[in-house]
Design a protein around this ligand. Sequence first.
Ligand code: ZN
Ligand code: ZN
Length: 218
Amino acid sequence: MLCELLSSSSVLFNSLLTRLIKLTGIRTGLPLPSGWEMFWQLIVYFLIEDYTSYWVHRLLHSNWGYEKIHHLHHEYSAPMGFAAPYAHWSEILILGVPAFLGPALVPGHITNYWLWFVLRQVEAIEIHSGYDLSWSPTKFIPFYGGAEYHDYHHYVGRRSQSNFASVFTYCDYLYGTDKGYRSHKSIILRKMEETLERNGHRREGSYNSMTSQDFKSE
Ligand SMILES: [Zn+2]
Ligand SMILES: [Zn+2]
């Protein structure tokens, strides 16, 4: 009896899922999408998710949003990869909307959905990893935030009104929410230059290219 019930509910679930997939315009059969189709759809998904999650994240930094939901994700002021999905259950659900919005608005082949979610998760782990690797392929992506960018958001924590974007930097720039980050960065850079000058040597390059060795007398 139980087996029959489980089997019929599984058939019902499968048929509902198939109808839903057809309704949204998702392709599941052959032919597979071309490389070009996958490429431009992924860009669209990233841009839509980045823009909408920027505003959702800003709302989560309101007093109510932070106290009730977002404070959990900010328990780590210096995050590592595992901290990427560490958040209140409702935050996972809320941020799922921007992630599904792109595929819902621009439907494609289901393999591209899988790729989109894998890439987005890898990106989330990377920006929480604490490693700003100079050889990372993400260095070639225009306006990409990266680990150092999101680290600042966690470092400031509750008071943070900077660096809300999940992937790119253009939203924070356009809406003026990267001012704290930029002034913090310029202060660090100035201090580093002063230290280098005091130590009798000057080196060209960004502060990311400098090492703790340069400041060992500090
Ligand atoms: Zn936040
Ligand atoms: Zn985070």
